[in-house]
Write a protein that binds this ligand. Structure first.
Ligand code: B12
Length: 213
């Protein structure tokens, strides 16, 4: 099967919320050596977008979104394993990461973590729905070079802002980067973070740049 057809089938399996099919096609993609960025952008994120739009139009219900979440998790787990296998680099420093308070979305964050581990960073993952005070407590304990905050919902923006304000007011020296589907350069400025990334690969590049400063 052609690469484009396979990625289209993977996207459909994600929208349909079929983890078994997603696993089968993902394994095929890896076997064929399809570039992981292509898999992520053309199948995984596209599938998530289609499901999200259907949900917005009320053609999908929460149960459908949950099934898409299962298929997304199944596909990204395989992608993450393939990214991890390639990591043989020395530690570049500690990164503290979590999803903003009130937000349970964590699939994109997990992907970013795999990419960063592949680049040789040590990751401390606070999970999802993380209160600003928890970011602060952990930052004081481990002194990370970077703090990453993920957020996928509009309401996460104010929580990210609150977290950044708290960290800056407490003079935490770590550089802060935010990411997640809803963010833009403008919302990043509003949040007061040092940078933002639209996808995981851009995140890695920007983090590498931030630690040079
Ligand atoms: C799967 C999904 C779920 C799953 C989540 C499972 C999980 N464990 O994560 C479930 C079913 C649980 C869920 C629940 C809900 N969801 Co939902 N969900 C989605 C969906 C379809 C896909 C999200 C996803 O995984 N995308 C794929 C990943 C790979 O992309 P990503 O997260 O953007 O990550 C990439 C980049 O952004 C970046 N990145 C991400 N984080 C970070 C962090 C850093 C530091 C960096 C550098 C980069 C970075 O790198 C990643 C890789 O490139 C989206 C639609 C969409 N378009 O995103 C809706 C969506 C996010 N959900 C939405 C909603 C409304 C909800 C619910 C409120 C529904 C409800 N009525 O209960 C609840 C939220 C509950 C809560 N309190 O959080 C809305 C949010 C709307 C808004 N603007 O606020 C969306 C946009 C759907 C829509 N169009 O309406 N959801």
């Amino acid at each position: 099967m052609k690469e484009g057809d396979l990625l289209e089938k993977l996207k459909n399996a994600i929208v349909e919320g079929d983890p078994h099919k997603a696993i089968e096609i993902m394994n095929e993609c890896i076997k064929l050596g399809i570039n992981s960025k292509e898999i992520l952008n053309k199948a995984i994120v596209k599938g998530a977008e289609v499901a999200g739009n259907l949900y917005e139009k009320e053609e999908f219900f929460l149960a459908d979104l949950l099934m898409t979440g299962d298929a997304l998790n199944a596909a990204t787990e395989i992608l993450m394993n393939s990214l991890n296998e390639k990591s043989e680099i020395q530690s570049k420093g500690k990164i503290l990461i979590g999803t903003a308070e009130g937000d349970v979305h964590d699939i994109g964050k997990s992907l970013v973590i795999s990419l960063l581990q592949g680049q040789g960073y040590d990751i401390v993952d606070l999970g999802s729905d993380v209160p600003p005070e928890e970011f602060l407590r952990k930052a004081k304990e481990i002194n990370p070079v970077i703090i990453g905050i993920s957020g996928l919902m509009t309401m996460s923006i104010s929580k990210m802002q609150e977290t950044v304000n708290l960290l800056k007011n407490e003079n935490i020296p770590s550089r802060i980067i935010v990411g997640g589907g809803i963010l833009s350069k403008e919302s990043c400025e509003m949040i007061g973070a040092d940078d933002f990334a639209k996808d995981g690969w851009e995140g890695v590049k920007k983090i590498n740049n931030l630690i040079k400063i």
